[in-house]
Design a protein around this ligand. Structure first.
Ligand SMILES: *Cc1c(COP(=O)(O)O)cnc(C)c1O
Length: 358
């Protein structure tokens, strides 16, 4: 354990909350009894890690995060296995990605071992909150905010690193239901040189309008095209996008505009090990539609921590509506979903050493 955490102060709540019925859980609506907090001050570095009762933060109205959005976040889950053990999925990857994001928006880096240990310690404290109903998990949300009260424009000199936990149900209530995707050709999410690869709240704020307009048209999510030519396929909503064309799997390469998803990385690894050809190359929406025209667009799916694998049943691009795999879940999407969730929950063996048992 990192030295800093040896002095971890734990203040337990005096008023534990009623735990929700695991059968009725939504996504990110209820929070556990405790949270982890650690401060950063210039000259002192990260200090005073502690676990406190979950509750509002004292924050100066001039805190930099409230004005210039110097903020980052992560998301991962812990699953309760049949034997009662809790399993984290690749938490070291979230720690690593945090520092890549931090670098982009001038937040000081955090020791990766400390980061993972902080997650483990908090989960241990609120262990009984991890639901055990099928499809449920305990969602972990680490995030960092700039707290310095200062309206000038420069990186803040004080921050808070916070972790909160939320028991969650399946992302899509009805199970693995294919989604309807609107191909966005008005708004963009990123371009080279911008922040597409960083997990920051700002990326989400700028995507809301597009999502709202897609919902108004009856679509679940948007497919983002590249910000320059609006041709190259990048992501689906806040997930990575995979297209199975003529038996080969295509996904956008990590060239700075796409978020390097941990589910994406895991899916690619599993596909390669199953002998499937995976092409991390730029490809265009025209190629996707042409493949569909030839009857070669086998499957489309999105990948991310929240929904794991989310099949796409329909797409609309400039008035051209296509139905994928008869609007049904394809075999590759289903088998990836089963494999990844099987490893995460301990139902299947973990040949990759991805899970961390608590
Ligand atoms: C978090 C995120 C993903 C998925 O990443 P995972 O590590 O698989 O959860 C994909 N795209 C965007 C934009 C994201 O923010």
């Amino acid at each position: 354990m990192d030295d800093l955490l040896k002095d971890l102060a734990i203040t337990k709540t005096q008023t534990p909350k009623q735990r929700p019925d695991p059968k009725g859980l939504g996504f990110g609506e209820v929070f556990t009894d405790h949270m982890f907090v650690m401060d950063y001050d210039e000259g002192r570095g990260w200090h005073d890690p502690r676990i406190l009762p979950y509750g509002p933060l004292p924050l100066d109205p001039a805190a930099a995060v409230l004005h210039y959005a110097q903020e980052m976040f992560e998301g991962l889950k812990t699953y309760r296995a049949a034997d009662g053990d809790l399993r984290l999925f690749r938490p070291g990857m979230n720690a690593k990605r945090t520092n890549i994001t931090n670098d982009r928006i001038c937040i000081p880096s955090i020791n990766e071992q400390l980061y993972v240990d902080a997650i483990k310690t908090l989960v241990e404290v609120d262990r009984d909150w991890a639901p055990d109903y099928p499809g449920t998990s305990l969602y972990i949300r680490p995030f960092i905010i700039a707290t310095e009260a200062f309206l000038g424009v420069r990186p803040a000199n004080s921050y808070k690193f916070i972790i909160i936990l939320s028991p969650v149900g399946p992302y899509y209530k009805g199970g693995l239901q294919p989604t309807k995707i609107y191909v966005e050709d008005k708004y963009v999410r990123s371009v080279e040189g911008l922040t597409g690869y960083a997990k920051i709240g700002g990326n989400y704020a700028i995507s809301l309008k597009s999502q709202v307009e897609a919902h108004e048209k009856g679509y679940t999510q948007v497919l983002w095209l590249d910000g320059r030519e609006r041709r190259y396929v990048e992501e689906i909503g806040t997930s990575n996008a995979f297209f199975v064309m003529n038996g080969e799997v295509f996904t956008a390469p990590l060239l700075g505009t796409v978020l390097p998803g941990i589910t994406r990385d895991s899916a690619i690894r599993i596909l390669l090990d199953c002998g499937v050809r995976v092409r991390e190359e730029r490809f265009t929406i025209d190629e996707v539609y042409a493949a569909h025209g030839r009857g070669e667009l086998d499957e489309v799916f999105a990948s991310g921590t929240a929904a794991v694998i989310s099949p796409v049943g329909e797409m609309l691009w400039k008035e051209q509506r296509i139905v994928i795999n008869g609007g049904e879940i394809g075999p590759l999407s289903q088998s990836l979903y089963d494999t990844i969730t099987g490893i995460q929950s301990g139902r299947l063996p973990d040949p990759y050493g991805w899970t961390v048992t608590l």
